[in-house]
Design a protein around this ligand. Structure first.
Ligand SMILES: [Zn+2]
Length: 467
């Protein structure tokens, strides 16, 4: 019997963290994610780990998104010094995402300390620093998809393509103890088969226990053609209205999907805008990693890119203008109409998108397209929920621009895709639903019951099970 403890992303979508322990004493941490969204959630990032990091034998990370990997530097500074296993592309993306996160932590602490100094309060330390992040990054061990590797006594892992972002994996873990084997499959974040560039998630058939994400457990996305048509109609409308199009987007994943689709419009002669600004240094660097691992793209999309002779996403979309420096970013404000601006952060909790909001959100003729999930408590969610004015950079700004959400661009599987993936297991495994807001997870639980008469469990935060 092994023990599995649900430490994070339980009844919520961030802070993924699961601890696996065997009776033989092996201890493996699956995911080390950051809490994001509401302030009291984010405050959890500062609390000590509910286990001793120095006693872990291995850490396994399903993909590079910070809600799955963002506390790795903190883990390393708290005494963890063994390997961090991830796929090859994830290992590269981790460097980009974690260093950026460290930079934000340092800047936030610096900002707060200026304020605290004026109040006569003691200074605080950043959640982690670039130096601590380097320490964590040195522990990375890249593992190709499909290769089985022993990572601790009696514990083997195999990564399978999850089709969510580049390098994303479904993690298959086999535990051998006293002549018995048990198989645990963690879905990670499962991709939406309709999203461009990524392959479809791999189906697995054999498991004793499955942990399944449920971000979109309550709904299906529109198919890719409908989503493309919808995006094109918005771009055309914005052009008619004489405004800009703002797209808050995650630097890794969503942005590359969008660039692929905008490139397709360009090659079809349909793109109405004269320029697409990619105003995110991190997304620009992520593009380079995506282009390098393009052999992992969906075959048809890869062939479509190759037919134009392009070998990078920049060449695929010739009107793309990548703005690395703050000066180049500010210069975008000169364009009052006719451009698309893609900028982070995806949930508008910071980054350059908020500056573009300041210049465009109050203008009737502008359009804002949300291509992804907006967690509760974020600025993005408030705008999507229809608030008439919002606080942006210490100012109240009226929301007059037209607001659109494009679910089809979600990098997460919708309800039917989750059910389909789960239905491929031959013997019905024990099924635990994680990584979803409670009502969405409950909707998936109900659908599993109705469709397959399958009783899935929604664990409690901190719950421990033996299996
Ligand atoms: Zn993710």
């Amino acid at each position: 019997m092994a023990l599995l403890t649900f430490h994070g992303a339980i009844r919520q979508v961030t802070g993924s963290c699961y601890l696996l322990e065997t009776r033989d004493g092996a201890r493996v941490l699956l995911e080390c994610g950051m809490h994001q969204g509401l302030r009291d959630q984010e405050a959890l990032n500062g609390s000590p780990f509910p286990f001793d990091p120095a006693t872990l034998d291995a850490v396994v990370v399903s993909h590079a998104h910070l809600d799955h990997s963002g506390l790795l530097p903190k883990l390393a500074s708290a005494g963890y010094s063994k390997p961090i296993y991830a796929t090859e592309a994830t290992s590269e993306l981790l460097e980009l995402l974690l260093q950026d996160s460290a930079h934000i932590q340092e800047k936030d602490a610096e900002w707060e300390n200026r304020w605290r100094a004026r109040q006569g309060k003691p200074a605080i330390k950043p959640l982690y620093t670039s130096v601590e992040t380097d320490k964590a990054l040195k522990l990375r061990v890249p593992v190709p998809y499909g290769k089985t590797l022993q990572i601790a006594k009696g514990i083997e892992i195999t990564f399978h393509n999850a089709g969510h972002i580049l390098g994303s994996a479904i993690v298959e873990i086999v535990i051998h103890e006293h002549g018995l084997s048990r198989r645990l499959v963690f879905s990670g974040d499962l991709g939406n088969a309709c999203t461009p560039l990524m392959q479809d998630p791999t189906y697995l058939e054999d498991a004793d226990l499955v942990m399944l994400e449920s971000t979109y457990g309550d709904r299906d996305h529109r198919c890719s053609q409908a989503t493309e048509d919808e995006l094109l109609a918005i771009l055309q409308q914005a052009q008619t209205d004489g405004g800009n199009v703002l797209i808050p987007s995650f630097s890794v994943g969503r942005t590359q999907d969008l660039l692929f689709t905008l490139g397709r419009f360009y090659h079809q002669g349909k793109l109405p805008q004269q320029a697409v600004f990619l105003d995110s240094p991190m997304a620009i660097r992520a593009n380079a990693i995506y282009s390098r691992f393009r052999d992992q793209f969906d075959e048809a999309d890869r062939a479509e890119i190759q037919r134009t002779g392009a070998d990078t996403l920049e060449k695929w979309l010739p009107v793309l203008r990548c703005t690395l420096s703050p000066e180049e970013s500010m210069a975008i404000n000169r364009f009052k109409s006719g451009v698309i601006i893609i900028a982070g952060s995806g949930m508008c909790t910071g980054g350059r998108i908020v500056h573009h909001f300041k210049h465009n959100l109050w203008r009737n003729e502008c359009h804002v397209v949300f291509p992804g999930f907006q967690a509760r408590g974020t600025l993005g969610r408030r705008i999507v929920d229809g608030e008439e004015n919002v606080r942006v950079l210490h100012q109240r700004i009226a929301v007059k621009a037209k607001i659109h959400t494009l679910g089809g661009f979600s990098a997460h599987a919708g309800q039917n895709q989750l059910l389909d993936w789960a239905s491929h297991f031959s013997k019905r495994p024990e099924l635990y639903l994680v990584h979803g807001e409670l009502e969405k997870t409950q909707a998936l639980q109900q659908a599993l019951k109705e469709r397959f008469n399958w009783d899935a469990i929604i664990p409690e935060q901190g719950e421990q099970i033996a299996f």
